[in-house]
Design a protein. Structure first.
Length: 181
C-alpha cells in the first residue's frame, strides 16, 4: 500500500507544474488555535475537478453532526475506452482536537476497499490556522477559490514526503457541483 502511495505521489509530482506552496507546517511546539466546526460551513457540498493524471476527482463534505464533519475524496483513473474506475478513496473527519481546536483525520482505501493505513491507524492533521474561507492543517489545506467564471471553487492541497529539498504538494482544484433539486 505504501508502494501505491509512492506511485501516486510520483505520478502527480511528475505531472504537476511548480506553483506557490498551499500548505503550512506547524513548528514543533505549535499549540493549535481555537476553532469551531461552524467556521467550516463553506465547505459543505459536492465538489468535482481534475485529479491525478487529469482523471476526474471528487470531494464531498456533509454538514456538521455532533461537532464533526464527515467527508470523502474519490480519485478515478482514465481508462483506455473512456471508462474510468477508482484509483483510491479517502474517508475524512474534521473533528474536535483538545479543548478548543480542530484536526482533520483520514484513512485511504484502494479500489477494492482495502486500507492503506493499519486497521486502527489514520493520518492526523492538527489545525495550524483558520482564516475566513480557509482551514490550514499541518500539511493539508482546504480553502475557497473563486473560479474564473465566478463560481465557487475549492482548493485541497496536501504536502507529500519527498527526498527533494523543496516541499512537494498534491493540489486539487474543484468546482462546486450544484444539486439538481
Amino acid at each position: 500500500m505504501k508502494a501505491l502511495l509512492g506511485l501516486v505521489a510520483a505520478m502527480v509530482l511528475a505531472s504537476s507544474p511548480a506553483a506557490a506552496q498551499e500548505t503550512r507546517v506547524a513548528p514543533q511546539d505549535h499549540v493549535p488555535p481555537p476553532a469551531d466546526i461552524a467556521q467550516l460551513g463553506w465547505l459543505v457540498g459536492q465538489w468535482a475537478g481534475e485529479g491525478i493524471q487529469g482523471a476526474p476527482a471528487f470531494e464531498s463534505w456533509l454538514p456538521p453532526t455532533g461537532g464533526t464533519m464527515v467527508g470523502t475524496f474519490v480519485q478515478t483513473v482514465n481508462g483506455e475506452d473512456g471508462e474510468g474506475g477508482l484509483m483510491f478513496t479517502e474517508h475524512m473527519y474534521i473533528m474536535p482536537d483538545g479543548d478548543a481546536s480542530l484536526a482533520l483525520k483520514l484513512k485511504h482505501f484502494n479500489a477494492d476497499l482495502t486500507g492503506w493505513e493499519e486497521k486502527d491507524g489514520m493520518l492526523t492533521f492538527p489545525l495550524v490556522a483558520m482564516e475566513e474561507c480557509a482551514a490550514f492543517f499541518n500539511g493539508l489545506t482546504l480553502r475557497c477559490d473563486e473560479r474564473e467564471d465566478g463560481t465557487d471553487g475549492l482548493v485541497a492541497a496536501v504536502r507529500m514526503k519527498s527526498s527533494k529539498p523543496e516541499p512537494q504538494e498534491l493540489t486539487f482544484r474543484f468546482a462546486r457541483v450544484e444539486s439538481k433539486d
